[in-house]
Design a protein around this ligand. Structure first.
Ligand SMILES: Nc1ncnc2c1ncn2[C@@H]1O[C@H](COP(=O)(O)OP(=O)(O)O)[C@@H](O)[C@H]1O
Ligand SMILES: [Mg+2]
Length: 264
């Protein structure tokens, strides 16, 4: 048996492949960890409203015959059930949507879109949304913007919806919400800015994470989000070969930026 069966180039090739495999393995293991963390958080977020609903039903079941809770108590239980089931509904819907986006068979239907027209139409639709009547909406896009991008209209609209609904939820009556878009370094930059409650420095880096949910966010009491809205935004924008990031200051407001590649 000869001592060296493999040639030097073959040995380097094997070494190269081993390194690549180790790298892929590490990435898989990281993804696995993130998924487990996300599942743990979601189970927690599902359990809390479920327990509240279960307890309310058990409590109502203790009443027998003609005996009933007072009308005031009854209405407060119904309001709580309504709030808690909305939380559950939102969480389940967003979870389902996020999982479907990850599925390789999810069909994105990309088309060449004149972004100035698209964003203007979107803004007009916002103006008609009664929720935004209590905010100062501002349109800052220049009339001379000329930008074409390849977008999937359904998911891209969902991205804008999530960002504008956040701007609304995390701001107060009379606050401003602005839409701007411009070209920078051969990319289209879309900016959604609000003068709302802002985000603490240490949280800004975490808000796009799937494992970062309402339970550890500084979400106001009345807000019933799933905590997955920005993870959905990130997934969609990455499928568009773009980037999304946030600049924010607590008590001052937030700016969310989407960067998209331009096409001819
Ligand atoms: N415009 C904003 N202003 C202040 N905080 C925000 C804003 N958008 C998002 N956040 C913070 O980021 C967290 C994650 O946002 P998101 O993924 O949309 O979840 P959700 O809105 O369901 O809580 C929110 O819970 C909130 O704390
Ligand atoms: Mg949200």
């Amino acid at each position: 048996m000869p001592k060296n069966v493999f040639t030097q180039p073959e040995i380097s090739q094997v070494k190269d492949l081993t390194l690549k495999l180790a790298k892929a393995n590490k990435q898989l293991s990281n993804e696995h960890k993130i998924r487990n963390q996300m599942l743990a958080n979601i189970s927690h977020d599902l359990r809390a409203p479920m327990t509240a609903i279960r307890n309310a039903v058990d409590y109502l079941n203790t009443f027998e015959g003609e005996e009933m809770p007072s009308s005031e108590e009854f209405h407060s239980i119904i309001a709580m059930l309504d709030r808690r089931s909305t939380v559950l509904e939102n969480l389940i819907q967003d979870l389902f949507y996020l999982t479907s986006l990850d599925n390789p068979s999810h069909r994105y239907s990309f088309e060449r879109v004149n972004m100035k027209n698209f964003l203007k139409e979107y803004y007009i639709y916002l103006l008609e949304d009664s929720r935004f009547k209590t905010r100062k909406l501002e349109y800052l896009i220049g009339y001379d913007l000329e930008a074409f991008c390849s977008i999937d209209i359904d998911t891209f609209t969902r991205t804008l919806d999530n960002l504008f609904i956040n701007a609304f939820k995390y701001s107060n009556e009379g606050d401003s919400i602005k839409l701007d878009a411009y070209i920078k370094r051969r990319k289209l930059v879309i900016c959604i800015e609000d003068t709302g409650i802002g985000i603490a420095k240490e949280d800004v880096a975490k808000i796009f994470d799937r494992s970062y949910t309402v339970s550890n966010a500084r979400t106001p009491e009345s807000v019933t989000g799933s905590g997955l809205g920005l993870a959905i935004v990130k997934s969609i924008i990455e499928h568009h070969k773009g980037k999304v990031y946030c600049e924010s200051e607590l008590g001052v407001g937030s700016k969310f930026f989407i960067e998209l590649p331009l096409i001819k």
